[in-house]
Design a protein around this ligand. Structure first.
Ligand SMILES: Cc1cc2nc3c(=O)[nH]c(=O)nc-3n(C[C@H](O)[C@H](O)[C@H](O)COP(=O)(O)OP(=O)(O)OC[C@H]3O[C@@H](n4cnc5c(N)ncnc54)[C@H](O)[C@@H]3O)c2cc1C
Length: 575
């Protein structure tokens, strides 16, 4: 058994920022950081467009209050406003702190950090490092972390949260390289395990975004919050789904349909291409459904629309959004200086997640708060994004709440003893789980079930939803869950058994999908990213609340939680 003061699962921006803060506050603490990839390969590294903060470098009229209002309005009034106030007030400070760590932000002529426009933000406030912002921040954080004395467990897959008597006591983890299993015991456990884009068949997320942390939390009977809110990013490159950053529209690109029209004029005339993502994604799907999408040969009636950069000119394209140009060129052979890019919505972000308070403490439906259990980043729901996240607010959330939760953990563990954990029992259970999977000789390949499942979620719980379709989706999902018990393993080895990890990830994906569908069925209104054709209006009377879903002995239990509204009263959301 490995004993630590704190174990953090997740080496993305949230996990790394928290680890750094814990060790800044108290360098004597033993902090372990576990990741199933190398931390540098966490999805955060792929973040492109930038990080929002009201620095007022470009727009002196900006303020944290304006940023807070945009965030709450963007989230269709489901954000907890106390959490948003923290996010936006601490924004400038954390960005300056990142700069001091050495992050190479793009600059204005006078040397201050540059800021660009972004969807749903009323002021020009997104700081960036060209269109490779996540890369610039994560590399700098990890190099500082490596000097901080943190113990790194990379390429370890955490398969279970140890949670007894309302207290998180550690985790059980499996090493990819040689199949070793370890029990980690700690005074505090933090989940920063990122999103679940792989629940869907078209996503901008990396292969590791399988919602493991959410599934492990649900597996111990704790709730997940607001899981019906799945963000579709409007501009996934067709057909691969890889992200073309919103920065491209921030820098002036147009969305054009098969008739050559800038169709956003019909959906969000005041913001055009820089409307929030839920509205822009729905607009694209509507254009495609109305026959105004484009085909590969340029004719009408196809599955995508065009993102046109040509008027921006070569110099601006290559200096401001070089990565977007490179991706379109490399992946679909388009030179965006001369041709428009084919785009359609792609699953991008999870607004919901593990419910936490503003100090990162995980909430339980039964007891209020849990002991020893913390979360931050995309896996958590604090909730700043409400029903729809604004671009460049997620990196900010990871850094603000990563830092904040780190500080809160450093305080929390001071007067705590290590819990008593029966390592023998947990080791035995983990060995049985793994052997049980390795011994599977059923008739289905993992890949087959995963693909059918991703198609099911995309078809029945996508951009537009109805009761009937989601019920069908739930039935299909149940059938797939049964089939998943009858998988066939080809690799029975212990060394680098990627198939075994895929089998464990499949369990996470299926569980997370069930929670998404269940939450989406219960919310009989349209709000933010959750659009119901059968309930097209927002309904503040019956649904201005957070939804919580617990799995108790295999059965789904739903409850609700009030939204904190202490700054901005809900209004109609118009752009
Ligand atoms: C292509 C792309 C571009 C984006 N661009 C922007 C942007 O410009 N601005 C913005 O604000 N947001 C952006 N986002 C969103 C933002 O990048 C993410 O929400 C954020 O980086 C998530 O960080 P995180 O630390 O929560 O998780 P991640 O960076 O996803 O890290 C998760 C970590 O958890 C580990 N992990 C997961 N499960 C396990 C397990 N079972 N065992 C061990 N380890 C595990 C992984 O190995 C990884 O280290 C973008 C997202 C994508 C996909």
């Amino acid at each position: 058994m490995i004993d630590l003061d704190v174990v953090i699962v997740g080496g993305g921006l949230a996990g790394c920022r928290a680890a750094l803060e814990i060790l800044r506050q108290d360098p004597s603490l033993k902090v372990g950081l576990v990741a199933k990839t190398h931390p540098i390969r966490s999805h955060s590294v792929a973040a492109q467009g930038g990080i929002a903060a009201a620095l007022q470098n470009v727009d002196t009229e900006d303020s944290w209050q304006a940023h807070a209002f945009d965030t709450v309005k963007g989230g269709d009034y489901l954000s907890d406003q106390d959490a948003v106030a923290i996010l936006t007030q601490e924004g400038p400070e954390v960005v300056i702190d990142l700069e001091r760590l050495g992050v190479l932000f793009s600059r204005l002529e006078d040397g201050r950090i540059a800021q660009r426009p972004f969807g749903g933000h009323s002021h020009q406030r997104t700081c960036y490092a060209a269109d490779k912002t996540g890369h610039a921040i994560l590399h700098e954080l990890i190099s500082h972390l490596l000097e901080s004395g943190v113990q790194l467990f990379d390429e370890w897959y955490v398969m279970r949260l140890i949670f007894e008597e309302n207290t998180a006591q550690g985790v059980v983890m499996y090493r990819l390289t040689d199949g070793a299993i370890e029990v980690v015991r700690a005074k505090a456990v933090m989940f920063a395990t990122g999103g679940y884009g792989r629940v869907y068949n078209t996503t901008s997320n990396d292969y590791a975004s399988t919602g493991d942390g959410l599934a492990m939390t649900a597996a111990v009977g704790l709730p997940l919050e607001d899981m019906e809110f799945v963000q579709f990013h409007p501009t996934g490159l067709y057909p691969v789904g890889v992200l073309i950053s919103e920065a491209v529209r921030g820098e002036g690109a147009y969305l054009i349909n098969a008739q050559g029209d800038r169709f956003m004029a019909n959906y969000a005339p005041s913001r055009m291409e820089l409307a929030p993502r839920d509205i822009t994604s729905r607009a694209i799907v509507c254009e495609v459904m109305a026959g105004r999408g484009v085909n590969i040969d340029g004719s009408a009636g196809g599955p995508f629309v065009h993102l046109d950069l040509r008027h921006m000119g070569k110099e601006k394209i290559l200096s401001r959004v070089p990565f977007a140009w490179e991706e379109a060129h490399r992946l679909v052979g388009i030179d965006a200086v001369y041709e428009p890019m084919p785009v359609r919505p792609t699953v991008h972000y999870s607004m919901g997640g593990i419910p936490i308070n503003t100090d990162g403490r995980v909430r339980s439906s039964a007891t209020g708060l849990t002991e020893g259990f913390f979360a931050a980043g995309e896996a958590a729901c604090v909730s700043v994004h409400g029903a729809n996240r604004l671009g460049s607010n997620s990196l900010l959330e990871c850094v603000v709440y990563g830092r904040r939760v780190g500080a809160s953990i450093a305080r929390y563990v001071q007067d705590r003893a290590l819990p008593t954990v029966d390592a023998v029992v947990y080791l035995q259970e983990a060995r049985e789980t793994i052997q049980g999977l390795l011994d599977r000789t059923g008739e289905y390949r993992i890949n087959e079930i995963r693909t059918a499942y991703q198609d099911c979620m995309t078809e029945y719980c996508g951009v537009f939803r109805t009761e009937e379709r989601m019920q069908r989706g739930l039935l299909e999902l149940k059938a797939l869950q049964e089939k998943a018990e009858r998988i066939q393993m080809q690799d029975r080895g212990q060394v680098w058994n990627a198939e075994l990890i895929e089998a464990m990830e499949l369990r996470s994906l299926l569980l997370v999908g069930e929670v998404i569908l269940t939450s989406a069925l219960a919310r009989q209104e349209s709000r933010g990213s959750h659009y119901r054709d059968d309930f097209p209006e927002r309904d503040d009377r019956d649904f201005l609340h957070h939804s919580l879903v617990n799995i108790v002995e295999g059965a789904v239990v739903r409850s609700t939680m009030p939204v904190v509204i202490d700054m901005f009263e809900p209004m109609e959301r118009k752009y």
